[in-house]
Design a protein around this ligand. Sequence first.
Ligand SMILES: Nc1nc2c(c(=O)[nH]1)N[C@H]1C(S)=C(S)[C@@H](COP(=O)(O)OP(=O)(O)OC[C@H]3O[C@@H](n4cnc5c(=O)[nH]c(N)nc54)[C@H](O)[C@@H]3O)O[C@H]1N2
Ligand SMILES: Nc1nc2c(c(=O)[nH]1)N[C@H]1C(S)=C(S)[C@@H](COP(=O)(O)OP(=O)(O)OC[C@H]3O[C@@H](n4cnc5c(=O)[nH]c(N)nc54)[C@H](O)[C@@H]3O)O[C@H]1N2
Ligand SMILES: [Mo]
Length: 767
Amino acid sequence: MKQTHRDLLTSAHWGTYHVDVDAGGVTALRPFEQDGDPSPIGQGIAGVLDGPTRITAPMVRKSWLEGGPGSAGHLRGEEPFVEVSWAETDRLVSAELSRVIETHGNRAIYAGSYGWASAGRFHHAQGQLKRFLNCIGGYTGSKNTYSFAAAEVLVPHVLGDFRGPLDSTTSWQSIAKHCELFVAFGGVPLKNGQISQGGLGAHVQKAGITGAAEAGVTFVNISPLKTDMDAVAQAEWIAPRPSTDTALMLGLAHVLLDEALHDTAFLAKYTAGFDRFAAYLRGETDGIPKSANWAADICAIPADKIRTLARRMARQRTMISVSWSLTRQDHGEQPFWAAIALASMLGQIGLPGTGLGFGYSAMNNVGLNRRQIEYASLPQGHNPVPDFIPVARVTDLLENPGGYFDYDGQSRSYPDIRLVWWAGGNPFHHHQDLNRMRRAWARPETVIVNEWCWNSLARHADIVLPCTTPLERSDIALTPKDPFQVVMDQAIDPVGQAKSDHDIFCGIAARMGVEAAFTEGRSPEDWQRWLYDISRQSAAREGVSLPDWDSFQRDGYFRVPEPEQDMIMLESFRKDPVAHPLKTPSGKIEIFSQTIAGFEYDDCPGHPAWMTPVEWLGDARAYPLHMISNQPRTKLHSQLDHGIVSQSGRIKGREPCMMHSADAAARGLVPGQVVRIFNDRGTCIAGLEVSDDIMPGVVQISTGAWYDPQADACRNGNPNVLTPDKGTSRLAQGPIAHSCLVEIEAAPEGLAHSQIYTPPELISRAP
Ligand SMILES: Nc1nc2c(c(=O)[nH]1)N[C@H]1C(S)=C(S)[C@@H](COP(=O)(O)OP(=O)(O)OC[C@H]3O[C@@H](n4cnc5c(=O)[nH]c(N)nc54)[C@H](O)[C@@H]3O)O[C@H]1N2
Ligand SMILES: Nc1nc2c(c(=O)[nH]1)N[C@H]1C(S)=C(S)[C@@H](COP(=O)(O)OP(=O)(O)OC[C@H]3O[C@@H](n4cnc5c(=O)[nH]c(N)nc54)[C@H](O)[C@@H]3O)O[C@H]1N2
Ligand SMILES: [Mo]
């Protein structure tokens, strides 16, 4: 282990911390002194680095070890594991990869391997996996994210690009100086601003919203949850039915049009196809004017409120923020398209502090004024396999080899998957309709998983390769999303026989004769110096001089200076749309897209439109409550669910579920009670929290509890047993977790606690 004279440092997706270590291991993660608003999430790792939930040796599922690939896949998640040596897993994995590739080709390997893993530029699990697989002929991959797939596919058709505008979302500083009215669909959830992918140094979202409120900005929180906006904003709270924001935006747009409050000069100069959209708003295409009265019925908001809000938005310097959650619902393309159309009608896009923002506080980096430096990442090589799936179509892929699917104008087919490999993500956390996914998961012949703890994913594998946590290896956190670049010190020795993902792949690569191609002769430290060197050069091109490697290691971190100018989304396009056209066919904002219209999708026409979602309160006969399963406050997804911070937020050991007092009273339910949330897809056990900060008819339970199935129930409170698994539309095929109806009742008395935090049965073989 490397020696250092300063406090040990680490970086996580939830912040930078000092690491305290004694002879027994890591005792605490202390807040970084540069962070004015540190997240408590970090401490969650301190108690779980070792102990029963830690995977300490390579493991193989019993039937698979005895019978080989394809043995009793339906017993995944139920069978004991047999402890084996690394030499044995290297042999088993390389033989199985060779068999699958020779018999079925590389496209039979699914390694989309979606997930967040941990921060650190080199030890990036997914990057390591993909680099390794590319050395042996590639794999079937996945496209887009669970976060906002609908926007990733739609917005490039409308603005020419999504990531660029997202990464230059107008800064909080600019909002404080120039904005008067901040209208937030989905709120500004500070709980989510705890996170930034790849690490962060200082949390800025609380300061951002506080600064804007103190500067006199008025906030409107449009969300089923009052708590989606911090009290400091003193926001007006408007609670629409979930999954109806598009109708609300169309209603607002109709008022602007009807009262001639829209900016015709902006629309003419910067947009294309507004006339088609206007005809739809007036009802010329379908006989239904999208008036405030029309929207009021759909959203369950008084029409007067909609009219008043539209007039205020036209009168004032207005910022519209659309939460990423709006994309994770049925027809999730539409709220983003409608918001772009609405902001275009207000004519303030590209001006300081106003216009449009993609999800303030969805992460710490949204609205964080910073320089964009292209740091180097581990080269992944070339994947010769052309097959891919839209990431959330994984169950369809496993269920339906050879089946066809639509995606962004293409018709494609699912390959026949024989081997699944996951490193750094947890589909038993992130996917919808988990009971259905679990049945499909029985089909592949082999499932390989790199994990460090016995979560649901590890339990559903055939071969479990135990990896280290960031505290057991050295790395560097380099990220364009944050000004702080941080040294990640190794704080303790690897626990048990755990190896870094990189070392795991080195062992298998050696057996398959591709070690030289995989490592290029570099050690992990050589690679980190290499990544840092290239990053230094690209920073220098942006006028930023990163310290040399030794100074960086000595100081532990470096803060990239702030840019002189406030970040403003689409600023150069606004200043000169001829010199800086958008990368759309017209060079302008496409309120109507001929390209999308040309796809002739019944569920995604050529302009923003309201289509009823599969499940919503407007048609809640079977199940009367709308369930929001949003991001957890006490952790990142399923990570550290077994740790102290996540567990301390529980109610009688159960995942909290929030319900309005009137709904609880109508069902005779009381706070603190254990309840079952259910629909046709499954049942989820939770602890009841009663509050008037949620709109009646809506219930909220965070994602992230480790899935613990018993028949179709999750005993541990994972809401994804209830959520529907369907694409947003044929365009993006994104996940729709937020469009989900349920019912709630008291759970049977004396229900046993989940056993998910005790490991599966482990059989050790004497040497
Ligand atoms: N119902 C519902 N479902 C959702 C959402 C929702 O809003 N509602 N949100 C969705 C969204 S936006 C997302 S992004 C996804 C997130 O889903 P995921 O990113 O899959 O969730 P994580 O729990 O972060 O999974 C990361 C896994 O990597 C493991 N890990 C950590 N470090 C390492 C490492 O160094 N090496 C290896 N090999 N493994 C490591 C962790 O133990 C963990 O199991 O969930 C989606 N699912
Ligand atoms: N602490 C923590 N922070 C996180 C994460 C985490 O796991 N934990 N995950 C990170 C990731 S990967 C992502 S992608 C981002 C996601 O960021 P978001 O998409 O913003 O996350 P959510 O918490 O699902 O949604 C935000 C709020 O939207 C509201 N909402 C849900 N449905 C509707 C609707 O139909 N209409 C309206 N108006 N509001 C609605 C919910 O009340 C919810 O609290 O968060 C990131 N930040
Ligand atoms: Mo996400």
